[in-house]
Design a protein around this ligand. Structure first.
Ligand SMILES: Nc1nc2c(ncn2[C@@H]2O[C@H](COP(=O)(O)OP(=O)(O)OP(=O)(O)O)[C@@H](O)[C@H]2O)c(=O)[nH]1
Ligand SMILES: [Mg+2]
Length: 386
């Protein structure tokens, strides 16, 4: 397999994880490796990886205070700017940890948000990322104010600090409101576009980041959307039409990739982009056949689809990058593990022809089922109105 592209690092960081007995060891290791990839994609160099074993997380600081103090000293000794923690931390935890280590803390959500912010190219993607960032920032500002009043508190202290934070909170609220209005406008124009395509069968490519969704779109539709060997190359939706023999014209859409523990604010903010998934007639769920972690990629995809209310849509499982499999046995194993799946390579014309044939068969099946549903609904309405 070839190396993922990373930008030149401009910040040194220490990566920390907490291992508790209820965690799966291999998944924990995979998570930490993925965090290293995320740090590098965000432009940070991981100078050291540290793991603490505990029975459970500490409520106020997530990791033990003694360990955190040690990490703080390590950061200064190794000239690191931040401690990256593989967890979703609350606003209160971030504040307390920052005090203990006397430095900056970045959690998994913040890291992913940061990458999204760097990769956002279109206006819509930028608005969505900004909205997600503000939604993360808002509770932190609120928390900061609570903390301030608790720490200083009392008469004579409710001065500029509190007022400033109050102003900040109102500004953030106003900004969130403005961004949501902007997104609503984008959503309206998107709906107009969708209406003009309503009669067409809609297929959406979904799956983990970097599995080859955009490459499949290009191969199936003969287009040229951005393909890069990096995490979260695509942040927008691209829809292209293509003709499928014996089934007609189909519109295929490619959108932002998923990742384990995708920040909730991001999914919420990317609803306008991801809305296309919930409205599809068929989902092509793409996995990386050459990755040892395709099972987790599938679990994550199912989780996000559920969150999007798209888990009821018919699915075809596509195991891409089949050309990287070492032997025919590996392919057979996958076909047994995922009955009905298609193992393909986006680079193989013959595979793309087979995939189109399978899409055509599914289109006919989905249309037939829809027609039956419509007849049942019509008859039920007629009986009820008698
Ligand atoms: N060997 C091999 N590489 C592939 C195949 N499909 C895609 N790739 C490579 O995998 C990398 C990621 O491809 P993309 O199409 O950008 O993946 P994506 O799923 O759209 O990624 P995001 O937009 O970041 O979520 C690129 O370097 C592609 O050239 C394939 O079938 N075989
Ligand atoms: Mg892509």
């Amino acid at each position: 397999m070839f190396e993922i592209q990373y930008p030149p690092p401009d910040e040194r960081v220490i990566l920390a994880g907490l291992f508790t007995p209820d965690m799966d060891k291999t998944l924990f290791e995979e998570d930490m490796q993925e965090m290293v990839q995320l740090c590098r994609t965000a432009g940070a160099e991981v100078v050291d990886v540290v793991v603490q074993k505990r029975d459970r997380p500490v409520a106020s600081t997530y990791m033990g205070t003694g360990k955190l103090e040690e990490f703080g000293r390590m950061m200064r000794a190794k000239n690191c700017k931040a401690l990256v923690i593989d967890a979703e931390l609350s606003a209160g935890q971030v504040r307390t940890i920052e005090k203990v280590i006397s430095g900056k803390v970045v959690d998994r959500s913040q890291l992913i948000l940061d990458i999204f912010a760097q990769h956002a190219r279109t206006n819509e993607a930028r608005v969505q990322v900004e909205l997600a960032q503000l939604r993360t920032l808002y509770p932190r500002l609120t928390g900061a104010w609570t903390h301030f009043s608790q720490q200083v508190g009392g008469i004579g202290t409710r001065g500029p600090g509190e007022k400033q934070l109050e102003v900040d909170r109102r500004l953030v609220q106003k900004k969130i409101y403005d961004l949501r209005q902007k997104l609503k406008r984008v959503e309206r124009s998107r709906q107009t576009q969708r209406k003009s395509r309503e009669s067409m069968f809609a297929v959406a490519l979904v799956g983990y980041t970097n599995v080859g969704k955009s490459s499949l779109l290009n191969a199936l539709c003969g287009c040229d959307v951005l393909v890069e060997n990096k995490l979260f190359a695509t942040l927008d939706t691209a829809s292209r039409r293509t003709y499928v023999a014996e089934a007609g014209t189909v519109v295929i859409s490619d959108t932002v990739g998923f990742i384990r523990k995708l920040p909730h604010q991001l999914v919420a903010s990317f609803m306008s982009t991801l809305g296309i998934v919930a409205q599809a007639d068929l989902l092509l769920v793409v996995l990386d056949a050459s990755s040892a972690w395709h099972g987790y990629q599938l679990d994550t995809t199912h989780e996000v689809l559920k969150e999007l209310g798209a888990d009821h849509i018919p699915q075809l499982l596509v195991l891409n990058k089949g050309d990287l499999l070492v032997d025919a046995f590996a392919r057979k194993q996958l076909e047994i593990a995922y009955p009905g799946c298609m193992c393909v390579s986006a680079f193989c014309e013959d595979d793309m022809r087979r995939l189109k044939q399978r899409i055509a068969a599914l289109m006919r099946e989905v249309r037939r089922e829809k027609a039956i549903d419509d007849i049942v609904a019509q008859k039920t309405r007629a009986i009820l109105s008698e």
